[in-house]
Design a protein around this ligand. Structure first.
Ligand SMILES: Nc1ncnc2c1ncn2[C@@H]1O[C@H](COP(=O)(O)OP(=O)(O)OP(=O)(O)O)[C@@H](O)[C@H]1O
Ligand SMILES: [Mg+2]
Length: 290
C-alpha cells in the first residue's frame, strides 16, 4: 500500500499534437514527484516508447510491455520495471502498440483495458502518469478512461491552441461515455523562451482560455532537457541544477500543493549511481533489465 493508503492519482499526459513535451513532462514530473517521496508509476503507451528509452530502459531487454497488458490482458504486475530513480517504476512501451488499435477493434470493453489492468496494482502507488501518443486513438482513450485527470502540455508557439478543441471534445466524450469524473488536471506551458515575444502572447492567451487550470510554473526551453534522454536519464539525474530540472521540481510542488499536500519540493536528488529500489511488492518480472 502507498504511504497514506489513499488511492493513486492517475494522470494522462495527453495532447494529440506531436512534440509538445508530453514525454519530457511525464519523465521529469514523475522523477520530481518520486524525489518528493511519492511512489510513482509511469506507463508508456506510445509506440515510439520515448518514455521507456528516456528512463534508461533498453527496448531489447523488455519481456512484457503495455502492449501485452492492453492487447493480451497480461497482468500489469509483471510489466512493472524499476528505474534508476528510487520510488519510480515504469511499464514500458513497445513498437507493437502501433497495431493495438486494429487488434482491439472487436474486443469487448476495449476502452477499459488499461483501467482494469491498473486496478490490480494501483494500491502500490501515489501517482501514475500515462505518457500518451500524439493521437486521440484508442490508446489515448484507454488512458483517459483510466485517469482522474488530464495533464495537457502546451508548447509556447503560435499554433499552441490549434487542435485543442478536438482534445476537449474527446475528453467530453470520455466523460459522457466512459469516465464521468475525468477532469482537466492542468495545462502546463512548455518550451517557453523569454526572448521570443510570441511565447508571452501564447501564454496570456492560454491563461485567458483555461484560467486557473494553467499552472503558474512554466517549463523553459532548455537544451539540458533535450539532451537528457540520449543519456537514458531524466533531466533531474542528468543535470539537477539546470533550469529545466528546476522547473519540473517546481511543477511537482505545485501539483502536490493543489492536491492538498504540504510537501516542500526536494532540494536535491540522489546521485545517479543510487541502485534501483526493490519494488513495493517484489515480483520476478520486476528485476532490473539490462
Ligand atoms: N522544455 C524543453 N526545452 C527544450 N527541448 C525540449 C523541451 N521539452 C521537450 N523538448 C524536446 O522536444 C522534443 C519533443 O519533446 P517530447 O518528446 O517530450 O514531446 P512529445 O509531446 O512527447 O512528442 P510526441 O508527440 O512525439 O510523443 C524532444 O526532442 C525533447 O527533448
Ligand atoms: Mg512523447
Amino acid at each position: 500500500m502507498n504511504a497514506d493508503a489513499a488511492p493513486a492519482r492517475i494522470l494522462a499526459v495527453a495532447n494529440q499534437k506531436g512534440g509538445v513535451g508530453k514525454t519530457t513532462t511525464a519523465i521529469n514530473l514523475a522523477t520530481a514527484l518520486a524525489a518528493c517521496d511519492k511512489r510513482v508509476l509511469v506507463i508508456d503507451i506510445d509506440p515510439q516508447a520515448n518514455a521507456t528509452t528516456g528512463l534508461g530502459i533498453v527496448k531489447d531487454g523488455i519481456e512484457r510491455s503495455s502492449y501485452d497488458v492492453l492487447v493480451d490482458e497480461a497482468p500489469m504486475e509483471g510489466a512493472i520495471l524499476p528505474t534508476q530513480v528510487p520510488h519510480l517504476w515504469l511499464v514500458p512501451g513497445a513498437v507493437d502498440l502501433a497495431g493495438a488499435e486494429l487488434e482491439l477493434a472487436a474486443a469487448f470493453g476495449r476502452e477499459h483495458r488499461l483501467s482494469r489492468a491498473l486496478a490490480e496494482v494501483i494500491d502500490r502507488f501515489d501517482y501514475v502518469l500515462i505518457d500518451c501518443p500524439p493521437s486521440l486513438n484508442l490508446l489515448t482513450v484507454n488512458a483517459l478512461a483510466a485517469s482522474a485527470g488530464v495533464l495537457v502540455p502546451l508548447q509556447c508557439e503560435f499554433y499552441a491552441l490549434e487542435g485543442l478543441s478536438q482534445l476537449m471534445k474527446t475528453i467530453d466524450l470520455v466523460r459522457k461515455n466512459l469516465n464521468p469524473t475525468l477532469q482537466i488536471e492542468g495545462v502546463v506551458l512548455t518550451m517557453y523562451d523569454k526572448r521570443n515575444n510570441i511565447c508571452d502572447m501564447v501564454a496570456a492567451d492560454v491563461r485567458r482560455h483555461f484560467a486557473d487550470r494553467v499552472y503558474d510554473t512554466v517549463i523553459p526551453r532548455n537544451v539540458r532537457l533535450s539532451e537528457a534522454p540520449s543519456h537514458g536519464k531524466p533531466a533531474l539525474l542528468y543535470d539537477l541544477r539546470c533550469v529545466g530540472s528546476q522547473a519540473y521540481i517546481q511543477l511537482a510542488g505545485e501539483i502536490l500543493r493543489r492536491a492538498g499536500g504540504s510537501e516542500a519540493p526536494p532540494q536535491d536528488m540522489p546521485p545517479p549511481e543510487t541502485p534501483p529500489e526493490v519494488p513495493p511488492e517484489s515480483s520476478p518480472a520486476a528485476e532490473p533489465q539490462s
